[in-house]
Design a protein around this ligand. Structure first.
Ligand SMILES: [Zn+2]
Length: 313
């Protein structure tokens, strides 16, 4: 049993200036993995940038061109929160590509599970808008890849980033094959503002979108109960062949933007729930992709707890 870790210094080349989503996040995580002896225990893997054709299966051509052209012009802002640098478009293609490679390795049985340590993140990117630090939706593209390249028909996507995965929700809102569960802080104008429990999907996808909105400062015990019950219920409904995770670490108590009270060790517990569900339905196949997490030390410690638990699967 083994865990693939995809990381690459190229993900530091998406420069954002004085911004919470900065290259130092990844440096802190890699240093922590090294310190805890985790790096040497992981399988290393190759990946390719995602193709523009694959991006256009889920995102509009206009959205792709906008990011590409702004990068070519030297950078700028895709929205108020989403600065990009000259390298950002290429790096975003690689970020998504590294998540697709996690799917390839896990679905072909090369490894049991994977963690793609990428940036820019992806879960706020909607079908036609880059937003919230995200250029293209890495986990949605990974799920689409599992379906089109590997022929899977039932996929569970879980998002434990403290922010609602609005982009992933929008992309799969009427899609019966992809069940999406987002557990996030909600209310009082917290970003991005969507993610209420009554957003449950539409048409053929009705019932396949599950939101677990939590108030600021929800007790960790309550968080764990709600998380486990939503994930287990969703997995029983969809009986996934593959589980994909949007792994943000901004629900940590110290996160400067999060406002939920988890500790690093809580992410080990959440990972165990994910592994149980993956084992029960999907032969243990779990593909994890980094999203947010903005307190460098806390996010690094939390990501290390996550990775160590994946390695122990
Ligand atoms: Zn977040």
């Amino acid at each position: 049993m083994s865990t693939l870790l995809i990381h690459d210094p190229v993900f530091l080349e998406h420069e954002t200036g004085a911004h919470p989503e900065c290259p130092q996040r990844l440096r802190a995580m890699i240093a922590k993995f090294e310190e805890r002896g985790l790096l040497g225990r992981c399988e290393a893997g190759k990946y390719k940038p995602i193709t523009e054709a694959a991006i256009k299966r889920l995102h509009s051509a206009e959205m792709l061109e906008r990011a590409k052209q702004l990068a070519e012009l030297g950078g700028g802002h895709l929205d108020a929160d989403t600065p990009i640098s000259p390298r950002s478009y290429e790096v975003a293609l690689k970020s998504a590509g590294a998540c697709l490679a996690g799917v390839d390795a896990v679905v072909t049985g090369q490894v049991t599970n994977s963690f793609s340590l990428v940036r820019p993140p992806g879960h706020h990117a909607t079908p036609d808008k880059s937003m919230g630090f995200c250029l293209f939706n890495n986990v949605a593209l990974a799920a689409d890849h599992a379906r089109t390249k590997h022929g899977l028909s039932r996929i569970l996507v879980v998002d434990w980033d403290v922010h609602h995965g609005n982009g992933t929700q929008d992309i799969f809102y009427s899609d019966p094959d992809i069940t999406f569960v987002s557990v996030h802080r909600y209310g009082s104008g917290f970003y991005p503002g969507t993610g209420s429990a009554d957003e449950s999907g539409t048409r053929d996808g009705l019932g396949t979108n599950i939101n677990v909105p939590l108030r600021a400062n929800t007790a960790p015990k309550t968080y764990h109960e709600q998380f486990r019950s939503a994930i287990e219920w969703a997995a029983d409904q969809c009986k996934p062949e593959l589980v994909i995770l949007s792994a943000g670490f901004d629900a940590h108590r110290l996160d400067p933007v999060g406002g939920l009270g988890l500790e690093a060790g809580d992410f080990a517990e959440l990972t165990k729930v994910m592994l149980e569900v993956a084992k029960a339905h999907a032969g243990g196949r779990l593909v994890s992709c980094l999203e947010g997490g903005y307190h460098w030390d806390a996010a690094a410690e939390s990501a290390a707890e996550h990775l160590a638990t994946l390695l122990d699967a």
